[in-house]
Write a new protein. Structure first.
Ligand SMILES: [Zn+2]
Length: 469
């Protein structure tokens, strides 16, 4: 049970017990004289509540007769008098002493009832409760005082202490969260202030006051606590600090560069590839082209060639399978977004914006594998997509006709194919030589029907990529 709920239950139980004690007003009865006007068999008595038959009967049942000839039985009232017969049929005293309840001074419409067992007059009390004003709007951390007023039904002050219990509830705007504010006192009586103090945050809160003796139900007022400024903002209205801008729904101040777009939630292949950092770990993507698969497919052909090369290769060429095979358009777009976003972030010059965008840059760098505006170097951040080249807008991976191998497989293969001792070469000459060596190696029996991404020039060679021609 949360603390505020526990508090609420205590308030309710105290309120219930107070109502039980104070719900009845009790006063002592009065004794009254009545005068008999009749003689003989029919006795007419001018009673002080003649129009109330039950008052006559009450009188008859409760009076103390100051007479040697008491009336015998009650006949009824004639609208003016209470009538009894006298069994002796003779002269009786003119005077009767009766015990009866007084007319209430407060709320006379609610009469007392005489209770012979306790010789008391009692009545249920009825009041009304009002809370003012209807609502208030305050800043976070501020307080506000409402007023609870209990009156009689004719708008006078109660003659007794009328208990009122008070509680506060968070409105729907807080999503059912516990109230972000406190109300005091939890119990008051008659006219008293109810103080609401907001503790944090924003939202609409409802203060409810309940009076068990009141004819109207629980009364409520609303207190609206304004939203405070988010982090990296201040002022009224809130303005973002230098270098920051509001996000779309104006709830946060963030980097002026938009965050990475989310992968489409319903694209299960893209989700699986993203989770597997390029590998379809949840098996949600289409199959590769038939020419790539099976014992005679090009994937197996490549693996066989590495195995064959390793019969001689020292050191061994490491290879335990492709790092990427099928890639769909959404995942390919995600990789390109990461690449472009990193460039956008690195271009920032304003120190305030650089600070504001540091969290986004960290996140994008972690996805890319490095904090640079170019391809990632040999060592990529663990758990990243490790983007070594600018992702193409169009890729053979989306057709299922390409696969990527680990960078260290390519390093090992080139090392193995390079004649010893390696001749000193310009970078271009070296690339041209590598293209020749790998093409020759692929064409040698058993030939693999593959092209090497190292042959690409636009935008750059993609050393880990192989595809069907
Ligand atoms: Zn590739």
């Amino acid at each position: 049970m949360t603390q505020w709920l526990a508090k609420l239950l205590i308030v309710l139980s105290i309120a219930v017990s107070c109502e039980a004690l104070a719900a009845v007003e009790s006063v002592p009865p009065e004794q009254k004289w009545a005068v008999s006007s009749g003689v003989g068999a029919l006795l007419n008595i001018s009673f002080y509540q003649p129009s109330k038959p039950e008052a006559c009967l009450f009188f008859f049942n409760n009076f103390v007769i100051n007479s040697p000839y008491p009336p015998h039985s009650y006949i009824g009232d004639d609208g003016t008098n209470c009538n009894w017969t006298n069994k002796f049929g003779g002269q009786i005293s003119n005077y009767l002493l009766a015990t009866a309840c007084p007319v209430p001074k407060v709320n006379p419409d609610v009469p007392y009832t005489y209770l012979p067992a306790t010789n008391t007059c009692e009545r249920e009390l009825i009041y009304k409760l009002k809370l003012t004003p209807d609502s208030a709007t305050i800043e976070p951390g501020q307080s506000y005082e409402f007023t609870a007023t209990v009156t009689t039904l004719d708008d006078k002050q109660p003659s007794i202490s009328v208990s009122v219990s008070v509680k506060v509830e968070a409105g729907a705007s807080n999503g059912g969260a516990p109230p972000q504010g406190e109300v005091s006192p939890a119990i008051g009586s008659n006219t008293f202030p109810i103080k609401f103090t907001s503790t944090q945050g924003s939202g609409i809160h409802t203060i409810t006051a309940t009076c068990g003796l009141c004819e109207n139900g629980p009364q409520t007022v609303k207190v609206i606590v304004k939203a405070g400024c988010p982090e990296h903002a201040s002022g009224s209205p809130c303005a973002c600090d230098e270098g920051y801008k509001f996000n779309k729904d104006k709830t946060q101040c963030v980097c002026p560069i938009d965050p990475l777009p989310d992968l489409p939630a319903d694209d299960l292949c893209a989700q699986s590839l993203n989770k597997g950092l390029g590998v379809d770990v949840d098996d949600k993507c289409p199959k590769l082209d038939d020419r790539m698969l099976g014992a005679n497919g090009q994937l197996q052909c490549f693996a066989n060639k590495i195995t064959a090369a390793n019969a001689m290769a020292r050191p061994q060429i490491p290879y335990s399978g492709p790092t990427a095979k099928y890639r769909n358009a959404a995942y390919q777009a995600h990789l390109l977004n990461i690449w472009k976003k990193m460039i956008e972030l690195i271009k920032l010059e304003d120190p305030a914006e650089i600070t504001a965008c540091a969290p986004l840059r960290n996140k994008v760098a972690a996805e890319k594998g490095c904090d640079t505006d170019d391809g990632c170097p040999a060592a990529c951040t663990a758990g990243s997509h490790c983007i070594r080249n600018k992702p193409a807008t169009y890729s053979n991976h989306t057709q299922g006709t390409a696969f990527d191998v680990p960078q260290n497989t390519i390093n090992g293969l080139i090392n193995e194919l390079t004649p010893l001792p390696p001749a000193p070469m310009s970078p271009l000459k070296k690339l041209q030589a590598q293209r020749f060596w790998i093409a020759s190696w692929l064409a040698k029996p058993t030939a693999c029907n593959l092209e090497w991404g190292g042959n690409f020039n636009d935008p750059k060679p993609d050393f880990v990529h192989f595809q069907l021609p």
